[in-house]
Design a protein around this ligand. Structure first.
Ligand code: ZN
Length: 303
């Protein structure tokens, strides 16, 4: 599943490749993905130019010069492949496009965005949990998916809106919250887009037991404890590291098949059940299930 750093990578790729391009067609090859496509999706975007590409949590927001904003969620397996209309774009190091010869068609290519310069973007999603729709810019903040999202974990360019997570705000939100810290951090209304992998890693690095009740990380007066401040900082650091690992130049963002957004991760705890802990070297990484998701942690050093 694409996590926030991967969605950010896709955002940067789309921004670099699509900004300024004019839509000449939106080819829908099935009725819908997770939801049916809007009947007028193509009509909304036809003739419009891409102005900006934003991200809010794991939602991509492509803004057009006619006031439309196309929202795209990659679901479990969504990918974009950007195919250049000319050799110069395909060879440019600052452009994540591939040449037409390199593009390999896939039966899970469900949507194709065509541009005036003959370039195109292909949305592929074999599990079809992703979705795409377009709406008026002024309706974005009230949209049912966007409106309820918690603050953004990191301040960075390209983030839609202003809300930013920090330890004080986190403390306020969890005053009476006795649910485990792990599941609390995965609650998208508390903080947006912190995925399972990153939460496991941050708890491991800060020595916090994943089952610790969230409000036990508060001081007696209900403020953020030192541990909580460290945890928030670690979550942010891990996301930054992952975004950096996604590619130092835009051409590195492309996977072997030319698609954007998936890269290998290096982890200390996630997926390492039975391995020696790299934080304390006394424990072995264990796996438990919380809220239907695997948690990897060290029983020796996470308290
Ligand atoms: Zn350990």
């Amino acid at each position: 599943m694409p996590e926030l750093p991967e969605v950010e990578t896709v955002r940067r790729g789309l921004e670099s490749a699509w900004r300024g391009r004019e839509v000449t067609g939106v080819e829908l090859r099935r009725e819908g993905l997770r939801y049916p496509f809007q009947a007028d999706l193509e009509e909304r975007l036809l003739g419009a130019r891409v102005v900006d590409v934003w991200r809010r949590a794991k939602y991509l927001l492509v803004e057009f010069d006619n006031g439309q904003v196309m929202v795209s969620h990659l679901g479990m397996s969504g990918k974009y492949t950007l195919v250049a209309g000319n050799e110069m774009d395909a060879k440019s190091a600052s452009n994540p496009m591939i040449s037409e010869d390199e593009f390999i068609e896939n039966k899970h290519d469900h949507v194709v965005f065509h541009f005036a310069d003959n370039s195109y973007g292909v949305y592929t999603d074999h599990r079809r949990f992703g979705f795409i729709f377009s709406l008026d810019k002024e309706d974005v903040d009230d949209n049912k998916f966007i409106a309820k999202i918690g603050p953004e974990p990191l301040r960075m360019e390209g983030v839609w809106g202003e809300s930013l997570w920090d330890a004080n705000q986190f403390a306020k939100k969890i005053q009476n919250r006795k649910s485990p810290i792990k599941t609390t951090l995965l609650d998208q209304q508390i903080v947006a887009g912190l995925g399972n992998i990153y939460v496991c890693e941050a708890l491991h690095r800060t020595g916090i037991h994943p089952e610790k009740p969230a409000n036990e990380l508060l001081t007696k007066s209900g403020k953020a404890s030192k541990k909580m401040v460290d945890l928030v900082a670690e979550c942010q650091l891990i996301l930054k590291e992952a975004i950096l690992a996604g590619g130092s130049t835009l051409s590195d963002f492309k996977g072997v098949d030319g698609s954007l957004g998936y890269f290998p991760h290096q982890f200390g705890a996630y997926g390492k059940e039975g391995d020696a802990c790299n934080q304390c070297s006394r424990g072995k990484i264990a796996r438990i299930v919380q809220g239907g998701r695997s948690t990897f942690y060290c029983p020796k050093c996470q308290k």
